[in-house]
Design a protein around this ligand. Sequence first.
Ligand SMILES: [Zn+2]
Length: 291
Amino acid sequence: MPEITLKQNSAKKRQTTKLRTVLLIGLLAVFTVSGWIFLKNDTVMQSAVDQDEGSILPNIDQASPGAQIRPTVLKQFSGEEFVSFYNKFAYPNVREFESAPAITGTSAADERIRSIALERGYVGRSVAVPPLKDVSKDFQLQERAANDWVELVDAAKKDGQQLTLTGAFRTIEDQRDLFMESLTTTGATVDSIIAGRSDAAIISVLRRVSIPGYTRHHSGYAVDIGCQNDPAVVFGNSSCFTWLSKNNYEHAKTHGWIPAYPDGAPKQGPDPEPWEYCWVGKDALLEPVNI
Ligand SMILES: [Zn+2]
């Protein structure tokens, strides 16, 4: 009798274990499917929000509620494509300036400086419409750029890279001060500029500093990045740059950022600045997978 009871018990146990396994698999399937649906719905909602704000290019996949959701991958860009993507991007909360901002305040000198700048590839940039968000004591960005900057810094930290913010939003006046400070140290004067004797000095400044109205920093969507891992190394040779740029800037793009001066970009005014990145948002950088 005890033996039979034992057998019966172990048969029961096996049955219970089987039942548990089936239940567990069932539950797992339910969780997986509902998790997938939740994530997909979230993506649709996010896209809808972005479209409301008008920040997505018309050629972005127009997901609408009820439409079939397709998996997405990060878009791949050549250097030229990165730059034209930025230039065509419809940024919210910015305005165009009506007439080119003053530089020295003397129009003949300003025209000479501006024509040299244009020849170097500088283009007029849009200017942020306040309010902006404080990222730190010294730096402000457009709100969505500020949020995605924090996300990028956190992601880098997890991979052992310490990104720092060394430049963000700048007003027209800020940029004028920066440019004039540099130009003044060359010894150039309004008279020497008008007479054409300071062209070489102007070019030397324009290699590093934009004239007011012609920097991406006006928009509140551009950042200059430093690398605390390699503070003594030029940014383009730092471990942070390697982290950001590998695999067609995968890490930067994953968090909504693209390089302002990638290899292969056309001339844009200053010498290439590998530390400068522009926000375009994550959704704009995704495209549907072709199955
Ligand atoms: Zn910059």
